[in-house]
Design a protein around this ligand. Structure first.
Ligand code: HEC
Ligand code: HEC
Length: 430
Protein backbone atom coordinates (compact mmCIF):
# COMPACT_ATOMS: atom_id res chain seq x y z
CA UNK A 1 0.00 0.00 0.00
CA UNK A 2 1.46 3.30 -1.00
CA UNK A 3 1.94 5.99 1.56
CA UNK A 4 -0.85 8.15 0.18
CA UNK A 5 -3.24 5.22 0.06
CA UNK A 6 -2.60 4.57 3.73
CA UNK A 7 -3.25 8.17 4.53
CA UNK A 8 -6.70 7.95 3.07
CA UNK A 9 -7.70 4.39 3.93
CA UNK A 10 -6.52 4.29 7.54
CA UNK A 11 -9.08 6.71 8.90
CA UNK A 12 -11.82 4.66 7.26
CA UNK A 13 -10.47 1.33 8.52
CA UNK A 14 -9.82 2.85 11.92
CA UNK A 15 -13.41 3.99 12.13
CA UNK A 16 -14.59 0.50 11.29
CA UNK A 17 -12.34 -1.08 13.91
CA UNK A 18 -13.71 1.24 16.53
CA UNK A 19 -17.27 0.33 15.62
CA UNK A 20 -16.37 -3.38 15.67
CA UNK A 21 -14.77 -3.35 19.08
CA UNK A 22 -17.65 -1.32 20.45
CA UNK A 23 -20.04 -3.91 19.06
CA UNK A 24 -18.10 -6.84 20.53
CA UNK A 25 -17.90 -5.15 23.87
CA UNK A 26 -21.65 -4.82 23.93
CA UNK A 27 -22.02 -8.45 22.81
CA UNK A 28 -19.82 -9.68 25.66
CA UNK A 29 -22.04 -8.00 28.16
CA UNK A 30 -24.42 -10.93 28.05
CA UNK A 31 -27.20 -9.44 26.00
CA UNK A 32 -29.95 -11.63 24.57
CA UNK A 33 -29.11 -13.85 21.59
CA UNK A 34 -31.35 -11.88 19.23
CA UNK A 35 -29.62 -8.72 20.11
CA UNK A 36 -26.32 -10.35 19.35
CA UNK A 37 -27.58 -11.52 15.97
CA UNK A 38 -28.82 -8.09 15.02
CA UNK A 39 -25.57 -6.64 16.20
CA UNK A 40 -23.70 -9.15 14.05
CA UNK A 41 -25.80 -8.00 11.12
CA UNK A 42 -24.93 -4.45 11.82
CA UNK A 43 -21.26 -5.31 12.05
CA UNK A 44 -21.53 -7.01 8.68
CA UNK A 45 -23.22 -3.96 7.17
CA UNK A 46 -20.57 -1.73 8.63
CA UNK A 47 -17.75 -3.80 7.27
CA UNK A 48 -19.45 -3.88 3.84
CA UNK A 49 -19.66 -0.13 3.86
CA UNK A 50 -16.06 0.01 4.99
CA UNK A 51 -15.04 -2.11 2.01
CA UNK A 52 -16.96 0.21 -0.23
CA UNK A 53 -15.24 3.21 1.22
CA UNK A 54 -11.88 1.50 0.98
CA UNK A 55 -12.48 0.90 -2.72
CA UNK A 56 -13.36 4.53 -3.33
CA UNK A 57 -10.38 5.58 -1.30
CA UNK A 58 -8.04 3.42 -3.30
CA UNK A 59 -9.35 4.99 -6.50
CA UNK A 60 -8.76 8.45 -5.14
CA UNK A 61 -5.34 7.41 -3.94
CA UNK A 62 -4.55 6.35 -7.46
CA UNK A 63 -5.50 9.76 -8.81
CA UNK A 64 -3.42 11.37 -6.10
CA UNK A 65 -0.38 9.32 -6.94
CA UNK A 66 -0.82 10.11 -10.64
CA UNK A 67 -0.89 13.81 -9.83
CA UNK A 68 2.17 13.41 -7.61
CA UNK A 69 3.96 11.74 -10.45
CA UNK A 70 3.10 14.60 -12.79
CA UNK A 71 4.36 17.17 -10.32
CA UNK A 72 7.57 15.19 -9.96
CA UNK A 73 7.98 15.07 -13.73
CA UNK A 74 7.44 18.83 -14.05
CA UNK A 75 9.90 19.47 -11.27
CA UNK A 76 12.47 17.23 -12.89
CA UNK A 77 12.11 19.07 -16.20
CA UNK A 78 12.38 22.43 -14.46
CA UNK A 79 15.48 21.34 -12.58
CA UNK A 80 17.06 20.10 -15.74
CA UNK A 81 16.32 23.41 -17.46
CA UNK A 82 17.71 25.35 -14.56
CA UNK A 83 20.95 23.41 -14.55
CA UNK A 84 21.25 23.58 -18.35
CA UNK A 85 20.51 27.34 -18.26
CA UNK A 86 23.79 27.79 -16.39
CA UNK A 87 23.83 29.77 -13.19
CA UNK A 88 20.30 31.05 -12.76
CA UNK A 89 19.99 29.53 -9.31
CA UNK A 90 23.50 30.25 -8.18
CA UNK A 91 24.43 33.37 -6.27
CA UNK A 92 25.41 36.34 -8.40
CA UNK A 93 29.02 36.23 -9.49
CA UNK A 94 31.15 38.98 -8.04
CA UNK A 95 33.07 40.82 -10.66
CA UNK A 96 35.97 43.14 -10.17
CA UNK A 97 35.11 46.73 -10.82
CA UNK A 98 31.37 45.96 -11.03
CA UNK A 99 28.87 46.15 -8.21
CA UNK A 100 28.57 42.43 -7.68
CA UNK A 101 25.01 42.54 -8.96
CA UNK A 102 23.29 40.42 -11.57
CA UNK A 103 24.91 38.01 -13.97
CA UNK A 104 26.13 38.05 -17.51
CA UNK A 105 23.37 37.81 -20.13
CA UNK A 106 23.01 34.30 -21.47
CA UNK A 107 23.63 33.73 -25.18
CA UNK A 108 19.93 32.82 -25.54
CA UNK A 109 18.91 36.12 -24.00
CA UNK A 110 21.20 38.09 -26.24
CA UNK A 111 19.87 36.21 -29.25
CA UNK A 112 16.28 36.95 -28.27
CA UNK A 113 16.99 40.69 -28.28
CA UNK A 114 19.28 40.71 -31.24
CA UNK A 115 16.64 40.66 -33.97
CA UNK A 116 17.41 43.78 -35.99
CA UNK A 117 17.97 43.53 -39.72
CA UNK A 118 20.13 45.99 -41.63
CA UNK A 119 19.68 47.22 -45.22
CA UNK A 120 22.49 45.00 -46.50
CA UNK A 121 20.75 41.93 -45.06
CA UNK A 122 22.89 41.57 -41.95
CA UNK A 123 20.88 40.04 -39.13
CA UNK A 124 18.53 38.09 -41.40
CA UNK A 125 17.88 34.48 -40.47
CA UNK A 126 18.08 31.93 -43.23
CA UNK A 127 14.78 31.23 -44.93
CA UNK A 128 12.56 31.85 -47.91
CA UNK A 129 8.98 32.43 -48.93
CA UNK A 130 7.10 33.14 -52.14
CA UNK A 131 4.24 35.44 -53.10
CA UNK A 132 1.76 32.60 -53.25
CA UNK A 133 2.45 31.45 -49.68
CA UNK A 134 2.61 35.06 -48.57
CA UNK A 135 -0.86 35.67 -49.96
CA UNK A 136 -2.20 32.85 -47.79
CA UNK A 137 -0.43 33.88 -44.61
CA UNK A 138 -1.32 37.52 -45.16
CA UNK A 139 -5.00 36.65 -45.65
CA UNK A 140 -4.96 34.73 -42.40
CA UNK A 141 -2.91 37.00 -40.18
CA UNK A 142 -2.90 40.50 -41.60
CA UNK A 143 -5.88 41.06 -43.90
CA UNK A 144 -8.35 41.66 -41.06
CA UNK A 145 -6.67 45.02 -40.51
CA UNK A 146 -4.64 45.72 -43.64
CA UNK A 147 -7.13 44.35 -46.20
CA UNK A 148 -6.78 41.43 -48.61
CA UNK A 149 -4.70 43.53 -50.98
CA UNK A 150 -2.84 45.51 -48.32
CA UNK A 151 -5.20 48.40 -49.08
CA UNK A 152 -6.03 48.92 -45.36
CA UNK A 153 -9.41 48.27 -43.73
CA UNK A 154 -11.10 51.39 -42.30
CA UNK A 155 -8.35 53.43 -40.71
CA UNK A 156 -5.74 50.69 -40.39
CA UNK A 157 -2.54 51.46 -42.26
CA UNK A 158 -2.42 51.05 -46.03
CA UNK A 159 0.61 49.02 -47.07
CA UNK A 160 0.34 49.34 -50.85
CA UNK A 161 0.00 52.02 -53.51
CA UNK A 162 0.34 55.76 -53.13
CA UNK A 163 3.10 55.96 -55.73
CA UNK A 164 4.07 59.46 -56.79
CA UNK A 165 1.93 61.15 -54.17
CA UNK A 166 4.80 62.10 -51.90
CA UNK A 167 4.93 65.66 -53.19
CA UNK A 168 1.15 66.10 -52.87
CA UNK A 169 -0.59 67.96 -50.11
CA UNK A 170 -1.89 64.62 -48.84
CA UNK A 171 0.88 62.13 -49.52
CA UNK A 172 0.03 58.42 -49.21
CA UNK A 173 3.08 56.94 -47.58
CA UNK A 174 3.12 53.16 -47.86
CA UNK A 175 5.72 50.43 -47.80
CA UNK A 176 5.69 50.64 -51.60
CA UNK A 177 5.69 54.37 -52.14
CA UNK A 178 7.78 55.52 -49.22
CA UNK A 179 9.93 52.98 -47.41
CA UNK A 180 13.51 53.11 -48.70
CA UNK A 181 14.78 49.76 -47.41
CA UNK A 182 13.35 46.28 -47.56
CA UNK A 183 15.10 45.43 -44.29
CA UNK A 184 12.75 47.84 -42.49
CA UNK A 185 9.75 45.91 -43.79
CA UNK A 186 11.17 42.56 -42.80
CA UNK A 187 12.28 43.76 -39.39
CA UNK A 188 9.08 45.68 -38.63
CA UNK A 189 6.76 42.84 -39.61
CA UNK A 190 8.83 40.18 -37.87
CA UNK A 191 9.27 42.28 -34.76
CA UNK A 192 5.88 43.83 -34.24
CA UNK A 193 3.14 42.27 -36.37
CA UNK A 194 0.47 40.94 -36.29
CA UNK A 195 -0.57 43.79 -34.04
CA UNK A 196 -1.17 42.32 -30.58
CA UNK A 197 0.58 39.08 -31.43
CA UNK A 198 4.05 40.36 -32.10
CA UNK A 199 6.88 37.92 -32.79
CA UNK A 200 4.70 34.95 -33.56
CA UNK A 201 5.75 34.79 -37.23
CA UNK A 202 8.42 32.34 -38.34
CA UNK A 203 11.26 33.49 -40.56
CA UNK A 204 9.79 31.74 -43.60
CA UNK A 205 6.36 33.26 -43.01
CA UNK A 206 7.95 36.68 -42.81
CA UNK A 207 9.84 36.20 -46.09
CA UNK A 208 6.60 35.10 -47.72
CA UNK A 209 4.59 38.02 -46.33
CA UNK A 210 7.21 40.55 -47.39
CA UNK A 211 7.20 39.01 -50.87
CA UNK A 212 3.43 39.37 -50.93
CA UNK A 213 3.54 43.02 -49.80
CA UNK A 214 6.00 43.72 -52.65
CA UNK A 215 3.63 41.96 -55.03
CA UNK A 216 0.67 44.05 -53.77
CA UNK A 217 2.75 47.08 -54.65
CA UNK A 218 3.42 45.76 -58.18
CA UNK A 219 7.11 45.69 -57.39
CA UNK A 220 7.52 41.96 -58.15
CA UNK A 221 5.74 39.34 -60.26
CA UNK A 222 3.56 36.60 -58.83
CA UNK A 223 6.30 33.96 -59.13
CA UNK A 224 8.72 35.93 -56.97
CA UNK A 225 10.41 34.25 -54.04
CA UNK A 226 12.26 36.21 -51.38
CA UNK A 227 15.07 34.63 -49.38
CA UNK A 228 18.10 35.58 -47.33
CA UNK A 229 20.09 35.08 -50.54
CA UNK A 230 18.38 37.56 -52.87
CA UNK A 231 17.28 39.95 -50.13
CA UNK A 232 20.12 42.47 -50.33
CA UNK A 233 19.76 42.82 -54.11
CA UNK A 234 16.25 44.17 -53.90
CA UNK A 235 15.93 47.91 -54.55
CA UNK A 236 12.92 49.68 -53.12
CA UNK A 237 11.01 52.24 -55.18
CA UNK A 238 11.88 55.18 -52.94
CA UNK A 239 15.48 54.27 -52.14
CA UNK A 240 16.74 57.56 -53.51
CA UNK A 241 13.94 59.63 -52.03
CA UNK A 242 15.87 60.39 -48.88
CA UNK A 243 18.87 62.64 -48.51
CA UNK A 244 21.50 62.81 -45.86
CA UNK A 245 20.64 65.67 -43.54
CA UNK A 246 23.29 68.31 -44.27
CA UNK A 247 21.58 71.19 -42.51
CA UNK A 248 24.01 71.22 -39.57
CA UNK A 249 26.85 72.03 -41.98
CA UNK A 250 25.09 74.07 -44.63
CA UNK A 251 22.24 75.92 -42.96
CA UNK A 252 22.41 76.16 -39.19
CA UNK A 253 25.07 78.83 -39.31
CA UNK A 254 22.75 81.03 -41.37
CA UNK A 255 20.04 80.96 -38.73
CA UNK A 256 22.18 81.15 -35.66
CA UNK A 257 23.22 84.49 -34.33
CA UNK A 258 23.95 85.52 -30.79
CA UNK A 259 20.62 85.53 -28.95
CA UNK A 260 19.46 88.94 -27.76
CA UNK A 261 19.30 88.92 -23.98
CA UNK A 262 18.14 92.48 -23.42
CA UNK A 263 14.75 93.89 -22.46
CA UNK A 264 13.47 90.43 -21.57
CA UNK A 265 10.14 89.93 -19.85
CA UNK A 266 10.75 89.80 -16.10
CA UNK A 267 9.00 86.47 -15.70
CA UNK A 268 7.03 83.95 -17.67
CA UNK A 269 3.96 82.18 -16.31
CA UNK A 270 1.86 79.35 -17.63
CA UNK A 271 -1.61 80.79 -17.97
CA UNK A 272 -3.39 78.09 -19.94
CA UNK A 273 -2.97 74.44 -20.79
CA UNK A 274 -3.51 72.73 -24.11
CA UNK A 275 -6.31 70.56 -22.76
CA UNK A 276 -8.41 73.61 -22.07
CA UNK A 277 -7.66 75.32 -25.34
CA UNK A 278 -9.35 72.32 -26.94
CA UNK A 279 -6.16 71.23 -28.63
CA UNK A 280 -6.37 67.84 -26.95
CA UNK A 281 -9.53 65.87 -27.76
CA UNK A 282 -11.96 65.57 -24.94
CA UNK A 283 -11.91 62.31 -23.01
CA UNK A 284 -8.36 61.59 -24.18
CA UNK A 285 -5.72 60.60 -21.69
CA UNK A 286 -5.99 59.97 -18.01
CA UNK A 287 -5.36 63.52 -16.96
CA UNK A 288 -7.16 64.47 -13.81
CA UNK A 289 -7.74 67.86 -15.35
CA UNK A 290 -9.44 66.32 -18.32
CA UNK A 291 -11.81 64.56 -16.01
CA UNK A 292 -12.88 67.89 -14.66
CA UNK A 293 -14.45 68.68 -18.02
CA UNK A 294 -17.77 70.48 -17.77
CA UNK A 295 -19.39 67.78 -19.95
CA UNK A 296 -20.77 65.70 -17.14
CA UNK A 297 -21.36 68.39 -14.61
CA UNK A 298 -24.76 69.94 -14.17
CA UNK A 299 -26.27 68.43 -11.06
CA UNK A 300 -28.70 70.42 -9.04
CA UNK A 301 -28.59 70.29 -5.28
CA UNK A 302 -29.90 72.90 -2.87
CA UNK A 303 -27.15 75.34 -2.02
CA UNK A 304 -26.01 75.64 1.56
CA UNK A 305 -24.22 78.92 1.00
CA UNK A 306 -27.14 80.96 -0.25
CA UNK A 307 -29.60 79.24 2.03
CA UNK A 308 -31.43 78.21 -1.12
CA UNK A 309 -33.83 75.42 -0.23
CA UNK A 310 -35.38 74.95 -3.65
CA UNK A 311 -35.45 71.29 -4.52
CA UNK A 312 -33.34 70.07 -7.40
CA UNK A 313 -36.05 69.53 -9.96
CA UNK A 314 -37.59 72.92 -9.33
CA UNK A 315 -34.26 74.59 -9.99
CA UNK A 316 -33.92 72.77 -13.29
CA UNK A 317 -37.42 73.70 -14.29
CA UNK A 318 -36.90 77.33 -13.36
CA UNK A 319 -33.64 77.51 -15.25
CA UNK A 320 -34.84 75.86 -18.40
CA UNK A 321 -37.99 77.96 -18.40
CA UNK A 322 -36.10 81.21 -18.18
CA UNK A 323 -32.92 80.63 -20.17
CA UNK A 324 -32.29 79.69 -23.74
CA UNK A 325 -30.65 76.21 -23.78
CA UNK A 326 -28.57 77.23 -26.78
CA UNK A 327 -27.12 80.11 -24.82
CA UNK A 328 -26.24 77.73 -21.98
CA UNK A 329 -24.58 75.39 -24.44
CA UNK A 330 -22.44 78.15 -25.88
CA UNK A 331 -21.66 79.32 -22.35
CA UNK A 332 -20.39 75.86 -21.60
CA UNK A 333 -17.95 76.29 -24.48
CA UNK A 334 -16.84 79.67 -23.18
CA UNK A 335 -16.27 78.02 -19.82
CA UNK A 336 -13.40 76.05 -21.34
CA UNK A 337 -11.42 79.24 -20.88
CA UNK A 338 -12.07 79.08 -17.16
CA UNK A 339 -11.82 75.34 -16.67
CA UNK A 340 -8.09 75.30 -16.02
CA UNK A 341 -8.68 77.24 -12.83
CA UNK A 342 -12.36 76.78 -11.94
CA UNK A 343 -14.47 73.73 -11.29
CA UNK A 344 -18.27 73.54 -11.35
CA UNK A 345 -20.89 70.87 -10.73
CA UNK A 346 -21.45 68.36 -7.97
CA UNK A 347 -18.33 67.67 -5.98
CA UNK A 348 -16.63 70.70 -7.51
CA UNK A 349 -13.32 71.46 -5.85
CA UNK A 350 -11.22 74.56 -5.64
CA UNK A 351 -8.43 74.57 -8.19
CA UNK A 352 -6.19 77.58 -8.57
CA UNK A 353 -9.48 79.51 -8.49
CA UNK A 354 -12.50 78.87 -6.25
CA UNK A 355 -15.33 76.61 -7.47
CA UNK A 356 -18.09 78.55 -9.19
CA UNK A 357 -21.22 76.68 -8.14
CA UNK A 358 -24.30 78.76 -7.35
CA UNK A 359 -22.33 81.85 -8.15
CA UNK A 360 -25.10 84.35 -8.81
CA UNK A 361 -26.38 85.45 -5.42
CA UNK A 362 -23.21 84.23 -3.73
CA UNK A 363 -21.17 86.58 -1.58
CA UNK A 364 -17.92 87.60 -3.18
CA UNK A 365 -14.89 85.80 -1.83
CA UNK A 366 -16.96 83.37 0.21
CA UNK A 367 -15.83 79.89 -0.81
CA UNK A 368 -14.57 78.11 2.25
CA UNK A 369 -11.02 76.90 2.21
CA UNK A 370 -10.03 79.15 -0.70
CA UNK A 371 -7.38 81.72 -0.04
CA UNK A 372 -8.51 84.94 -1.73
CA UNK A 373 -6.47 87.99 -2.50
CA UNK A 374 -6.85 91.08 -0.39
CA UNK A 375 -9.24 92.82 -2.76
CA UNK A 376 -11.59 89.84 -2.64
CA UNK A 377 -11.35 89.67 1.14
CA UNK A 378 -12.30 93.31 1.35
CA UNK A 379 -15.22 92.84 -1.05
CA UNK A 380 -16.35 89.98 1.15
CA UNK A 381 -16.19 92.09 4.30
CA UNK A 382 -18.19 94.77 2.57
CA UNK A 383 -20.88 92.16 1.95
CA UNK A 384 -20.76 92.43 -1.83
CA UNK A 385 -22.71 89.80 -3.74
CA UNK A 386 -22.29 88.47 -7.28
CA UNK A 387 -25.17 89.51 -9.52
CA UNK A 388 -25.27 89.38 -13.30
CA UNK A 389 -24.09 92.95 -13.77
CA UNK A 390 -21.15 92.61 -11.40
CA UNK A 391 -20.10 89.35 -12.99
CA UNK A 392 -20.21 90.76 -16.51
CA UNK A 393 -18.16 93.75 -15.48
CA UNK A 394 -15.61 91.61 -13.64
CA UNK A 395 -15.22 89.10 -16.44
CA UNK A 396 -14.87 91.78 -19.10
CA UNK A 397 -11.85 93.24 -17.30
CA UNK A 398 -10.97 91.32 -14.15
CA UNK A 399 -7.98 93.44 -13.24
CA UNK A 400 -9.76 96.75 -13.42
CA UNK A 401 -12.95 95.61 -11.70
CA UNK A 402 -10.96 93.95 -8.91
CA UNK A 403 -7.72 95.86 -8.63
CA UNK A 404 -5.10 93.47 -7.31
CA UNK A 405 -6.98 90.24 -8.00
CA UNK A 406 -4.80 87.24 -8.50
CA UNK A 407 -7.06 85.87 -11.22
CA UNK A 408 -4.67 85.75 -14.17
CA UNK A 409 -7.25 86.10 -16.88
CA UNK A 410 -7.33 88.97 -19.33
CA UNK A 411 -11.10 89.01 -19.73
CA UNK A 412 -13.87 88.15 -22.17
CA UNK A 413 -14.09 90.64 -25.03
CA UNK A 414 -17.37 89.68 -26.64
CA UNK A 415 -20.70 90.68 -25.17
CA UNK A 416 -22.27 87.44 -26.35
CA UNK A 417 -19.60 85.41 -24.54
CA UNK A 418 -20.39 87.33 -21.36
CA UNK A 419 -24.11 86.60 -21.74
CA UNK A 420 -23.39 82.98 -22.50
CA UNK A 421 -21.04 82.37 -19.57
CA UNK A 422 -23.52 84.01 -17.21
CA UNK A 423 -26.32 81.79 -18.49
CA UNK A 424 -24.11 78.73 -18.13
CA UNK A 425 -22.94 79.57 -14.61
CA UNK A 426 -26.56 80.14 -13.61
CA UNK A 427 -27.47 76.74 -15.04
CA UNK A 428 -24.91 74.79 -13.01
CA UNK A 429 -26.63 75.80 -9.77
CA UNK A 430 -24.78 74.03 -7.04
C1 HEC B 1 -5.21 43.99 -35.37
C2 HEC B 1 -4.84 44.79 -36.50
C3 HEC B 1 -3.55 44.45 -37.23
C4 HEC B 1 -3.13 43.23 -37.71
C5 HEC B 1 -3.85 41.89 -37.63
C6 HEC B 1 -1.90 43.48 -38.37
N1 HEC B 1 -1.56 44.80 -38.29
FE1 HEC B 1 0.03 45.71 -39.18
N2 HEC B 1 -0.49 47.45 -38.32
C7 HEC B 1 -1.54 47.64 -37.46
C8 HEC B 1 -1.43 48.96 -36.85
C9 HEC B 1 -2.37 49.54 -35.83
C10 HEC B 1 -0.27 49.55 -37.38
C11 HEC B 1 0.31 50.91 -37.03
C12 HEC B 1 1.16 50.69 -35.81
C13 HEC B 1 1.87 51.95 -35.38
O1 HEC B 1 1.91 52.92 -36.13
O2 HEC B 1 2.41 51.93 -34.25
C14 HEC B 1 0.27 48.60 -38.31
C15 HEC B 1 1.39 48.85 -39.09
C16 HEC B 1 1.92 47.96 -40.00
C17 HEC B 1 2.97 48.27 -40.93
C18 HEC B 1 3.65 49.62 -41.06
C19 HEC B 1 2.80 50.51 -41.93
C20 HEC B 1 3.35 51.91 -42.09
O3 HEC B 1 3.34 52.41 -43.22
O4 HEC B 1 3.78 52.50 -41.09
C21 HEC B 1 3.22 47.13 -41.63
C22 HEC B 1 4.24 46.96 -42.73
C23 HEC B 1 2.31 46.13 -41.13
N3 HEC B 1 1.53 46.66 -40.15
C24 HEC B 1 2.27 44.81 -41.58
C25 HEC B 1 1.46 43.84 -41.03
C26 HEC B 1 1.54 42.46 -41.37
C27 HEC B 1 2.48 41.87 -42.40
C28 HEC B 1 0.61 41.79 -40.63
C29 HEC B 1 0.32 40.30 -40.58
C30 HEC B 1 1.43 39.47 -40.21
C31 HEC B 1 -0.09 42.77 -39.83
N4 HEC B 1 0.48 44.00 -40.08
C32 HEC B 1 -1.15 42.49 -39.01
C33 HEC B 1 -2.55 46.75 -37.23
C34 HEC B 1 -2.54 45.42 -37.58
C1 HEC C 1 -5.59 81.35 -14.69
C2 HEC C 1 -6.61 80.98 -13.75
C3 HEC C 1 -8.01 81.58 -13.91
C4 HEC C 1 -8.78 81.64 -15.06
C5 HEC C 1 -8.42 81.19 -16.46
C6 HEC C 1 -10.04 82.18 -14.63
N1 HEC C 1 -10.04 82.44 -13.29
FE1 HEC C 1 -11.55 83.20 -12.19
N2 HEC C 1 -10.40 83.23 -10.55
C7 HEC C 1 -9.10 82.80 -10.49
C8 HEC C 1 -8.54 83.08 -9.19
C9 HEC C 1 -7.13 82.74 -8.73
C10 HEC C 1 -9.58 83.70 -8.45
C11 HEC C 1 -9.49 84.25 -7.07
C12 HEC C 1 -9.18 85.73 -7.25
C13 HEC C 1 -8.64 86.41 -6.04
O1 HEC C 1 -8.64 85.85 -4.97
O2 HEC C 1 -8.22 87.53 -6.21
C14 HEC C 1 -10.71 83.76 -9.34
C15 HEC C 1 -11.96 84.31 -9.00
C16 HEC C 1 -13.07 84.26 -9.78
C17 HEC C 1 -14.38 84.67 -9.36
C18 HEC C 1 -14.76 85.16 -8.02
C19 HEC C 1 -15.25 84.01 -7.21
C20 HEC C 1 -15.67 84.34 -5.80
O3 HEC C 1 -15.99 83.37 -5.13
O4 HEC C 1 -15.68 85.45 -5.40
C21 HEC C 1 -15.20 84.47 -10.43
C22 HEC C 1 -16.69 84.75 -10.50
C23 HEC C 1 -14.41 83.94 -11.51
N3 HEC C 1 -13.11 83.84 -11.08
C24 HEC C 1 -14.91 83.60 -12.75
C25 HEC C 1 -14.11 83.20 -13.80
C26 HEC C 1 -14.63 82.89 -15.11
C27 HEC C 1 -16.09 82.87 -15.50
C28 HEC C 1 -13.57 82.58 -15.89
C29 HEC C 1 -13.57 82.22 -17.37
C30 HEC C 1 -14.21 83.13 -18.28
C31 HEC C 1 -12.39 82.65 -15.06
N4 HEC C 1 -12.76 83.04 -13.81
C32 HEC C 1 -11.11 82.38 -15.49
C33 HEC C 1 -8.38 82.19 -11.51
C34 HEC C 1 -8.82 82.09 -12.82
Amino acid sequence: MSKSLKEIVLPVAGGTALALSAALLIANMDYGQTKIVSLENKVEQISLRAEDAAQRASKEAETVSQLRQKVAEIQAVAEERASAGSDMTEPAPTRDGAFGLGRGAMPEEVAAWDVDVLPDGRGLPEGRGDVFTGDEVFAEKCASCHGDFAEGVDNWPVLAGGFDTLADKDPVKTVGSYWPYLSTVWDYVHRSMPFGEAQTLTADETYAIVAYILYSNDLVDDDFELSHENFAEFEMYNTDGFVIDDRPELEYSNWRTEPCMEDCKPSVEITMRATFLDVTPEGGGDSVMNDASAEDTPTFVASAQTGDTTSGTETVAAVSASVDPELIASGKKVFRKCQACHDVGSGAKNKSGPHLNALIGRQMGSVEGFSYSKVFKTAHEEGKVWDEAALAEFLAKPKSYMKGTKMAFSGLRKEQDLDAITAYLKSVGE
